[in-house]
Design a protein around this ligand. Structure first.
Ligand SMILES: [Mg+2]
Length: 274
């Protein structure tokens, strides 16, 4: 690979290439930017909740703990993050609320942040291209052209994922869209991956995953698939977010990209066509 774009960083040289039949995408931060900034909603909410236990920790100390926690759980269903919050409250000697209650508070606050974006997409005032990770349509087209099946697995509630994929005009690319459900134990990215492999009787190395979270990268590596870390700077929509990049490498990503702008080089590389 002499002419690979400088925007494609090979972390694990010698990872296998080609032979993929199933491709999994995380949704938020990987394809969709609608929920950009959710961390800036969740982190202060968790810090405030922990402060309300009258802990002696300073807001700075709590912020550090919470940031670490959110980073580690990015990609998991929101409810698990809220169960973690309840545990942290309990560790500080206070009886927590029901995690579902925390989840509702979080979703209400998040809705305040994203509702204008949703409405602008619904009315057509903003084009979907403005709210996707650059190059998303291109990478999906190139994958579809190779005859693979494409899925979305998200920790966001399933009805939101489906609606947002429709608003972003990318739902038709997917052979399955899986998100969180009320019955949260029945869903996880790990379960989705296992089901895809089992139902299609294919080995883990037939799986290619794109994600910006720890969870999907780790789950993919666990079954022997290839994982591409999408370290998009969600604020600007281009370039690498160094913090995400480091996290994704720690999780085991084989390749790191800033977004899909170089999909035309990336996909042939991944499929070993050069
Ligand atoms: Mg994500």
């Amino acid at each position: 690979m002499s002419n690979l774009s400088p925007n494609i960083e090979i972390v694990r040289h010698g990872h296998h290439r080609g032979g993929f039949q199933h491709v999994l995408f995380d949704f938020d931060g990987t394809l969709s930017l609608i929920r950009e900034g959710w961390q800036q909603v969740m982190i202060p909410l968790l810090v405030r909740t922990l402060q309300s236990t009258n802990t002696r920790e300073t807001p700075e100390e709590l912020t550090k703990i919470v940031e670490e926690f959110v980073a580690r759980t990015t990609g998991k269903q929101t409810i698990y993050q809220m169960i973690g919050l309840a545990d942290m409250v309990r560790e500080r000697g206070v009886e927590p609320k029901d995690p579902l209650e925390y989840k509702r508070e979080y979703l209400d606050l998040l809705w305040e942040r994203i509702k204008d974006r949703i409405h602008a997409l619904e009315s057509g005032e903003v084009a979907p291209e403005k709210m996707i990770v650059p190059g998303s349509y291109e990478v999906l087209e190139l994958l579809k052209a190779r005859g693979v099946r494409i899925y979305v697995a998200s920790g966001t509630d399933e009805p939101f994922v489906k609606n947002e994929a429709r608003l972003l005009k990318m739902d038709h690319y997917f052979d399955g869209m899986y998100g969180a459900r009320d019955d949260y134990k029945s869903h996880s990215k790990k379960i989705v991956i296992e089901r895809i492999l089992k139902e299609n009787s294919v080995p883990g190395h037939a799986l290619l995953t794109f994600g910006d979270g720890y969870v999907e990268i780790e789950n993919t590596k666990d079954v022997g698939g290839v994982a591409v870390g999408v370290a998009t700077n969600e604020k600007t929509g281009e370039g690498i977010d160094e913090w995400k990049r480091n996290r994704l490498i720690q999780a085991g990503a084989d390749v790191i990209i800033p977004e899909f702008r170089d999909a035309g080089t990336l996909v042939p590389y991944l499929f070993g066509e050069d």
